[in-house]
Design a protein around this ligand. Structure first.
Ligand code: SAH
Length: 214
């Protein structure tokens, strides 16, 4: 179930859907997604689907993880130093990012999910990650600015706090909407207070909720 062949099939599927950044594909190939799921579900880890991780939340679909990561890297010109992730969840997207950028700062509002993610990231030896338990709709002001921000939860509108934490030329990839959601790419225009927004493709994410739970 976690064999090379199964993983290779997933990579082929991602390529068929248009993911073309080899760095991203290589990282997805080598990241053990089954470790981010409860054992009862781990046999489905290399399917291209989102899967439950408890607390009403889901592990993002591999295609979506690949696509968002690829968009983030491309829009930033290939090199990212400090990246903020909103919605750590299982920590899978965090692990993928950590292998492609210098430092990842990830915010999760549900404490038990954060605890599990921390343990998994430690087991994988990914040391360039910092996690915090907070409402990520406000970003992580003390760690900013960031040259990339990626949100795994969908607000109705792009939070101003996230835009303000973008470094000059920084890029934000975020699903936006309710029943109908679109992936948005927001780029800070130089060091100005202007932002260029592009709507990319329809997506389906859990909502960005406010506050935290223990
Ligand atoms: N990339 C994660 C996705 C998890 S689902 C994975 O693949 O596992 C989205 C996550 O965003 C959930 O864990 C949810 O609790 C979290 N979330 C929702 N609103 C949030 C907020 N305001 N701040 C921080 N995390 C939030």
């Amino acid at each position: 179930m976690t064999s090379l062949r199964t993983r290779e099939r997933l990579i082929q599927r991602l390529m068929d859907q248009g993911v073309s950044d080899y760095k991203v594909l290589d990282v997805i190939r080598s990241t053990p997604r089954h470790l981010f799921l409860d054992e009862a579900l781990s046999h489905r880890a290399y399917e291209d689907s989102s899967l439950p991780i408890g607390y009403g939340q889901t592990l993002s679909q591999p295609y979506v993880v690949a696509r968002m990561t690829e968009v983030l890297l491309a829009a930033a010109g290939g090199k990212l130093s400090r990246v903020l992730e909103v919605g750590t969840g299982s920590g899978y997207q965090t692990a993928v990012l950590a292998q492609l950028v210098d430092q990842v700062f990830s915010v999760e509002r549900i404490k038990p999910l954060q605890d599990k993610a921390r343990q998994r990231l430690r087991e994988l030896g990914l040391r360039n990650v910092q996690l915090t338990h907070a409402d990520g709709g406000f970003g992580w002001p003390s760690m900013g600015p960031f040259d990339g921000i990626l949100s795994a939860a969908a607000p109705q509108f792009v939070p101003d706090e996230l835009k303000q934490q973008l470094a000059p030329g920084g890029v934000l990839v975020i699903p936006v909407g309710g029943q109908q959601q679109y992936l948005h790419l927001v780029i800070r225009d130089g060091d100005s207070d202007r932002f260029i927004t592009q709507e990319l493709e329809p997506v389906k994410f859990v909502p960005l909720l406010s506050g935290t739970t223990r």
